[in-house]
Design a protein around this ligand. Structure first.
Ligand SMILES: [Zn+2]
Length: 92
């Protein structure tokens, strides 16, 4: 004799099966690309002083004319300033 409980269990099993089959398909595997805005934050810039790569978001920046220079720390920025001064002094 088939009671209503068996039907409920069967429905639950069917639901689990349905979720297992449809679940992974909802997430597009491989197609998930970072948003353009998120990609910008991932850009690595090289510190011209110690040659370490730092993400733009964490870098100490300095404007030099049209270009932006990225440093890993304020110490490197200060050192870059010092070397620029030296270079300019030696040229003249
Ligand atoms: Zn540095």
């Amino acid at each position: 004799m088939m009671g209503p409980l068996r039907i409920v269990i069967l429905l639950v099993l069917l639901y689990i099966l349905y979720r297992l089959l449809t679940g992974p398909k909802k997430r597009p595997a491989g197609k998930a690309r970072p948003e353009p805005a998120a990609r910008v934050t991932d850009v690595l810039e090289e510190d011209p002083v110690c040659h370490v790569c730092i993400p733009r978001t964490q870098a100490v920046t300095m404007r030099d004319g049209d270009e932006t220079i990225y440093f890993c720390s304020r110490e490197c920025l200060a050192r870059y300033h010092e070397e620029n001064k030296k270079n300019r002094a030696s040229k003249t």
